[in-house]
Design a protein around this ligand. Structure first.
Ligand SMILES: C[S@@+](CC[C@H](N)C(=O)[O-])C[C@H]1O[C@@H](n2cnc3c(N)ncnc32)[C@H](O)[C@@H]1O
Length: 381
């Protein structure tokens, strides 16, 4: 009995509980025939709705996690002899015999289930903070409320989801969409991408989060497993060494310095239809500019030199994408108050033949003007 209740408690804790049923009343004349339990989202709080099925009526009561576990302890086995816990990855059945002997059976489910928080009035929202992975990733409380210090991060996640949705919506995919998120870090934006594409856009995806830090990869893969998510996996690799066979969408958000270039190059080589990156630090071009000793009216000021280096780095990245047949856009990721790294560089593959001569000349002119010998992306491509 204790083992079963512990299993329920850990499913509640992990946010992996899909539903529960209590049946077989201890007193066969009991008017209460069974109870159906499911997680619900009410006013941004994750609660558990108990539907009490009486012989002639139903009654619904909502409990928080603690009340839910206390109520279960009162009901099993005093009122009900059978209970089944359905989680995203397994079914756990408790059977109590008339002599009071309890048996627990566990069955792994083949197809991972996804929770349905029916009460959510904002079902159409892009990202639902009540999904269990947000709690496990440390962005929300167990009840699905975004914690105070993660409000900014969540705004960024939401804005990102809005932009990606607008970019992916017009695209046509033939079967599974192959995506690499390079330099995926703690996975916030990778999980957002997965949630957006699978739950809102109903796409079949194969998303790889490429990350060089083994500790993060291990931790995130564990969260993916306990959340029962399909089509999402973190891979321990450097961006440079990761060469996907099939790639429809390349994402690289805040990958340090030239790691962004390695990611863009990888996307171009694999023929990705869409490339989305938010460049991070821009050391390589700044160092080239400083080494040349060339300054103009703008770059003689340190801060402007820094900003100019950022703009030149990303302009050449955009031009390089155009050279390889992409239509490019530079857009604001999120307001400066949330992150200073707020530029999103987007490349959408087109059938139009680029004018390579003009693009090459534009890049050369820019480099000459600022004394740049090499732009890393140009060199590796
Ligand atoms: C600033 S974090 C960004 C995380 C996430 N993309 C985001 O925007 O929230 C950059 C991540 O990229 C990883 N990274 C940096 N260089 C890398 C490389 N060459 N190969 C793979 N991962 C790299 C770092 O370990 C770090 O976790």
């Amino acid at each position: 009995m204790e083992r079963f209740l512990n299993r329920v408690a850990s499913a509640v804790e992990q946010g992996s509980l899909v539903k529960m049923t209590l049946s077989k009343p201890a007193d066969k004349h009991d008017e209460l025939r069974n109870i159906y339990i499911k997680p619900v989202l009410i006013k941004e709080k994750r609660l558990f709705a108990f539907t009490y099925h009486y012989e002639r009526r139903d009654e619904v009561k909502n409990y928080d996690a603690e009340q839910m576990l206390d109520t279960l302890k009162e009901l099993i086995p005093n009122r009900f002899m059978n209970a089944v816990l359905f989680t995203v990855s397994e079914d756990v059945t408790l059977l109590v015999s008339s002599k009071g002997k309890a048996t627990v059976q566990t069955k792994k489910v083949q197809e991972c289930r996804v929770q349905n928080l029916e009460h959510d009035k904002q079902k159409n929202r892009l990202i639902n903070p009540a999904n269990p992975w947000w709690y496990q990733l440390g962005l929300t409380t167990r009840e699905g409320k975004i914690t105070a210090d993660m409000q900014h991060k969540f705004k960024q996640i939401y804005k990102y989801a809005e932009i990606v949705e607008s970019l992916v919506k017009p695209m046509k995919f033939d079967g599974t969409v192959h995506i690499a998120d390079m330099g995926a870090g703690k996975g916030y934006l990778t999980f957002a991408l997965h949630e957006l594409l699978t739950q809102r856009m109903n796409l079949d995806v194969d998303i790889k989060g490429v990350e060089i830090r083994p500790d993060l990869v291990l931790k995130i893969n564990e969260i993916i497993k306990t959340s029962g998510l399909k089509g999402l996996e973190f891979v321990e690799s450097s961006i440079e060494a990761y060469h996907p066979e099939k790639l429809d969408v390349l994402i690289a958000l805040h990958a340090c310095n030239t790691a962004t270039d390695d990611a863009i190059a990888s996307g171009i080589r694999a023929g990705a239809e869409l490339i989305v990156c938010a460049p991070c630090c821009h050391k390589q071009i700044r160092q080239e500019m400083e080494r040349s000793g060339m300054t103009d009216a703008i770059t003689r000021y340190g801060i402007f030199m820094e900003r100019q280096a950022v703009m030149i780095t990303d302009t050449i990245r955009a031009l390089m994408m155009e050279y390889y047949g992409y239509k490019t856009q530079v857009m604001e990721f999120i307001e400066m108050e949330h992150t200073p790294k707020n530029v999103l560089l987007v490349g959408q593959k087109t059938d139009k033949e680029p004018n390579r001569l003009i693009i090459s000349k534009t890049i050369s002119d820019l480099k000459r003007r600022y004394g740049i010998q090499n732009h890393y992306l140009e060199t590796i491509l």
